[in-house]
Design a protein around this ligand. Structure first.
Ligand SMILES: NC(=O)C1=CN([C@@H]2O[C@H](COP(=O)(O)OP(=O)(O)OC[C@H]3O[C@@H](n4cnc5c(N)ncnc54)[C@H](OP(=O)(O)O)[C@@H]3O)[C@@H](O)[C@H]2O)C=CC1
Ligand SMILES: CC(C)(CO)C(=O)C(=O)O
Length: 322
C-alpha cells in the first residue's frame, strides 16, 4: 500500500517465533516484504521456510518467510530496516543488549508485546530514537511450529515512537503494517493504550493463569467475575493516580473483550502450562510498582502477582522434591 510517509521500510526481522511473531511475520511476508524470523528454538523455524507459516482462525493465510536464524548476531550483521520484538518481556534485557550494534539512522526496533514499560527496557540499551512501542490486539495460540490459530483479531493495533524525531518513521511503519492487513494506527497516546491493554491483561491473564480457566469461563463464574471487577477497578485507580487516561468506555470494553474471547487461553496461562516464566512482573507487578509510587495500596494485584510467581516456581519445587 502506498502511504504518505517518506519512510518506506522494505526489510523486516521478527524476533520470537511464538504465535504472535508468526502471525506478524506471515502478514508482512504476504504483504511482499522480506522477512527474517529469529528464534532460539530451531525447530520453530524450519517450517516457516517451507511449507511456510500457517495462520488459521480469525485470519487465514500461509506465507514462506525469506530467511530464518537462531542468532541475533545474524540480524545485526545483515540489518533490516525494522526489527519487531515479539518475545516475552522477561527476555528483553538480553535482547536489547544484543541489538546494540543494530542502531543506526533509519533503523528501528518495535516492542510488539504486552506489558508496561517494555519500550523503556529496549531504550536503556538502544536509545529512545531507535525504539517504538506497539499495542497488539490479536489473541492466538500455537498449534505446532509455525502453525497458529488466531482466536480473535480486534483491529487496529497501535504504534508510537519514543522520540518525536522518529515520528515520520513510525507513521511509515504503520502504513506498511496496515498495507499487509495488520491495520495499525499511529497514536500520540501509546502509554494510555498500553495501560488499557495491561489493566485488561492484569485480570484476564493472571486469573486464567491461576485458575487454568479460559477467558469466557472466568466471566461466567460469579466469584471470578468479582475478582475481575476488583482488578479492573484497582488498575484504573492506579492509572488515574499516575495521570494515564483509560477512557470512559474502559470498563464495559474489558468485560466485552473477555466475553467475546470464548474459550481462549491467554499467553500467561499458556506459559504456566508450558512450565515457563510469565510476564506477571511487567503486568500486575508494574501496577503494584506504579501504585506504590502514587502512595496507593494494591491488594488485589499484590495477591495475584504473588500467586502467579508461586505457580512459576512449581516446576522447580517439584524437581527439588523429587
Ligand atoms: N499469545 C497471545 O495471544 C498474545 C501475546 N501477546 C504478547 O506478545 C509477546 C509474544 O507472545 P507469544 O508469541 O505468545 O510468546 P512466546 O513465548 O510463545 O514466543 C516467543 C518466542 O521467542 C523465543 N525467544 C526468547 N528469547 C529469545 C531470544 N533471545 N532470541 C530469539 N528468540 C527468543 C522464545 O523461546 P523460549 O520459549 O525458549 O524462551 C519463544 O519461542 C508477549 O509479550 C505476549 O504477552 C500479545 C497479544 C496476544
Ligand atoms: C488479549 C490476550 C488475552 C490475547 O491472547 C493477550 O494479550 C494475551 O494472551 O496475552
Amino acid at each position: 500500500m502506498k502511504g504518505n510517509s517518506s519512510y518506506t521500510p522494505k526489510k523486516f526481522a521478527v524476533i520470537g517465533a511464538g504465535p504472535v511473531g508468526c502471525v506478524l511475520a506471515a502478514f508482512l511476508t504476504r504483504g511482499g516484504y522480506e522477512v527474517t524470523l529469529c528464534d532460539v528454538v530451531p525447530t520453530l523455524l524450519v517450517p516457516a521456510l517451507d511449507p511456510g507459516i500457517i495462520v488459521e482462525g480469525a485470519d487465514s493465510l500461509q506465507a514462506k518467510v525469506a530467511k530464518v536464524t537462531t542468532t541475533l548476531d545474524d540480524i545485526v550483521s545483515d540489518p533490516p530496516d525494522v526489527i519487531f520484538v515479539t518475545v516475552k518481556a522477561t527476555a528483553l534485557p538480553l535482547i536489547a543488549s544484543a541489538l546494540e550494534g543494530f542502531v543506526a539512522d533509519g533503523r528501528y526496533v518495535v516492542s510488539w508485546q504486552n506489558g508496561i514499560d517494555t519500550e523503556l527496557e529496549l531504550a536503556k540499551h538502544l536509545g529512545t530514537k531507535a525504539v517504538m512501542r506497539a499495542v497488539v490486539n490479536y489473541g492466538c495460540v500455537p498449534l505446532s511450529p509455525a502453525h497458529v490459530r488466531v482466536a480473535f483479531h480486534h483491529r487496529p493495533h497501535f504504534l508510537q515512537e519514543l522520540d518525536p524525531e522518529s515520528r515520520e518513521a513510525a507513521v511509515g511503519i504503520c502504513e506498511a503494517l496496515s498495507g499487509t492487513g495488520l491495520e495499525t494506527q499511529h497514536t500520540d497516546r501509546i502509554v494510555d493504550k498500553v495501560w488499557r491493554k495491561s489493566v485488561m491483561n492484569s485480570c484476564m491473564n493472571a486469573i486464567c493463569a491461576v485458575t487454568g480457566k479460559t477467558m469466557v469461563q472466568i466471566i461466567l463464574d460469579p466469584i471470578l467475575l468479582n475478582l475481575v471487577d476488583s482488578l479492573i477497578k484497582e488498575g484504573v485507580a492506579v492509572a488515574r493516580a499516575n495521570e494515564f487516561t483509560l477512557g470512559s468506555d474502559f470498563y464495559p470494553y474489558c468485560i466485552n473483550y473477555l466475553k467475546n474471547a470464548g474459550n481462549h487461553k491467554p499467553s500467561m496461562l499458556q506459559d504456566i502450562e508450558a512450565g515457563r516464566r510469565t510476564e506477571v512482573d511487567y503486568i500486575n507487578g508494574k501496577i503494584v510498582e506504579y501504585g506504590a509510587q502514587a502512595g496507593m495500596p494494591t491488594p488485589y494485584n499484590t495477591m495475584i502477582h504473588g500467586l502467579v510467581k508461586a505457580l512459576e516456581c512449581r516446576p522447580f519445587d517439584e524437581a527439588k522434591a523429587a
